[in-house]
Design a protein around this ligand. Structure first.
Ligand SMILES: [Zn+2]
Length: 109
């Protein structure tokens, strides 16, 4: 584990370029990744159509989720944040959609 991941843990701090909403994925926000969409699509409509479709990650605050599930969805979000960090550090181009205003942002982390 490098210094970077020690400092930031599984969190991913991002700001929407349009509405200015700040999200800390794993702390006060969750993410549905494009890989989740793909897996869902693969399960429901079959593999080939799902593979090439470019999808952005959807980032949302946890204020709308039920208090009793927050702990578990945040733990899951931290794992996803790590996955996204890793993908970005490998040079993958990916974007995220702000749940509040629907704007699609690039990752600046
Ligand atoms: Zn926004």
């Amino acid at each position: 584990m490098g210094l970077f991941s020690l400092l930031f843990g599984g969190r991913l701090n991002i700001v929407c370029q349009k509405c200015g909403k700040k999200y800390s994925v794993g702390k006060n926000a969750v993410v549905i990744t494009m890989d989740d969409w793909r897996n869902y699509a693969r399960r429901t409509i079959g593999a080939s159509d799902a593979d090439d479709r470019k999808q952005e990650d959807l980032v949302s605050g946890i204020e709308t989720s039920k208090p009793e599930v927050r702990k578990s969805i945040l733990a899951e979000a931290r794992e996803k944040a790590k996955h996204i960090r890793k993908a970005l550090s490998r040079g993958q181009k990916r974007t995220w959609r702000c749940h509040a205003c629907k704007n699609i942002n690039a990752y600046h982390i």
